[in-house]
Design a protein around this ligand. Structure first.
Ligand code: MG
Length: 381
């Protein structure tokens, strides 16, 4: 799908066209959709402040580790606004451009919520994505730039935009010890994928591979057959929209989240995600949310502490962000009350059975928190 050049919002972002290809949604006159109530810089401001520093004032720190694509941010194809009359469609803010075209969006409301979350003194917001670093760094979320981010499904832990080399070297060692090499998997993909539906084949930072496929032409059984082939080699398969990922099993988001939780002394971990590659992230958290679309929803996947939302598309992003903020505000209030009672918990850890421990289950030493619970790759369009 191609989109013509689009008008600029007052903040410099662009607005996508409606599904009918008609008049783009109008930005609010004089408004700045990407700006939070704080009125700060619209996106990714250099970290001159310390919005994501570990709180030392006794405020409980909740780590919010969220997947991005189809969880917080959405491509035009994933907006799922078909049931909304064009005249009532939510205003959207472009948060990613690719080759000079708008690529990913959030609703105007979600933009404000992201900014609030990123600046919240009781929260550490950690974008947690399978994207490569280059793909991640294209995204310009509202609010202060997150101090930490997780890219390449845990293969890169970014600290103020730069990878932690020690973490990355540890991941490489683990993969070399436990999994078949990437070259073997790529060779199999090249042999077994059919040019009739294979659009692109990509190597993600030398860590894993993904294909861009024409879903309508790809046999539905192919991802499962690939998963069966890959499992004995220590690899997993995930199908997300037009992308099919082959990823080493120990390469997990939860392992990197556990490392950040350890570094900052986070007590509670919240997470959200839509795909099979998010299962370990969701299972390792104290509370999680998944949208009503995507691979996990298609599989009917769930866990007692994971809320399965019925919302689909870009509106699910709003719901997830609202839930994050409600939980963070609640934890901050609980912590303040504990402090007032002189509980003397100097580490400011929020009491959360299975919380820090849960995150630790996803540590590099035992990264497969989702082992045995992961659904099979299934059709999730
Ligand atoms: Mg996703």
């Amino acid at each position: 799908m191609t989109l013509p050049p689009l008008p600029q919002t007052p903040s410099g972002g662009t607005l996508p066209q409606t599904s009918s290809g008609g008049t783009p949604n109008q930005a609010p006159s004089g408004g700045t959709p990407s700006q939070a109530s704080s009125g700060g810089a619209p996106s990714q401001a250099p970290s001159g402040g310390t919005p994501n520093q570990v709180s030392s004032g006794g405020t409980p720190r909740t780590l919010v580790a969220s997947d991005l694509d189809r969880t917080l941010i959405y491509s035009a194809a994933a907006l799922a606004l078909d049931d909304v009359p064009d005249a009532r469609a939510p205003r959207l803010l472009t948060v990613e451009a690719y080759q000079a075209r708008p690529q990913s969006y959030v609703t105007e409301t979600a933009a404000g919520l992201i900014a609030r979350l990123a600046a919240h003194p009781g929260a550490l917001f950690v974008p947690t994505t399978t994207r490569t670093r280059e793909q991640y760094l294209r995204i310009r979320l509202p609010g202060p730039a997150p101090r930490y981010a997780i890219c390449a499904n845990g293969g890169h832990l970014l600290v103020e935009g730069a990878t932690d080399e020690e973490w990355h070297a540890g991941v490489r060692r683990r993969l070399a010890a436990d999994c078949a090499p990437l070259a073997e998997v790529k060779a199999h993909l090249a042999r077994s994928a059919d040019a009739a539906w294979l659009l692109k084949e990509r190597d993600a930072e030398g860590l894993f591979a993904y294909l861009v496929v024409e879903r309508a032409l790809m046999p539905e059984s192919w991802p499962e057959e690939l998963a069966d082939w890959a499992a004995p080699l220590g690899w997993t398969v995930s199908l997300q929209g037009r992308k099919l990922y082959a990823v080493p099993r120990p390469l997990t988001k939860s392992a990197a989240v556990a490392e950040i939780a350890r570094r900052v002394g986070a007590g509670t971990v919240l997470s959200a995600g839509d795909s099979l590659l998010d299962t370990d992230l969701l299972l390792a958290a104290d509370r999680g949310w998944r949208p009503g679309h995507g691979e996990l929803a298609a599989a009917g996947w769930g866990a007692p502490h994971v809320t399965a939302l019925s919302d689909r598309g870009v509106r699910a992003g709003e719901r997830i962000l609202g839930a994050f903020l409600e939980a963070v505000d609640g934890a901050a209030q609980d912590g303040a009350q504990d402090g007032a009672r002189g509980a003397g918990r100097n580490g400011a850890r929020v009491g959360a059975p299975g919380g820090a421990q849960g995150a630790a289950r996803g540590s590099a030493g035992d990264p497969a928190g989702a082992a045995g619970s992961a659904p099979r790759p299934r059709a999730a369009r």
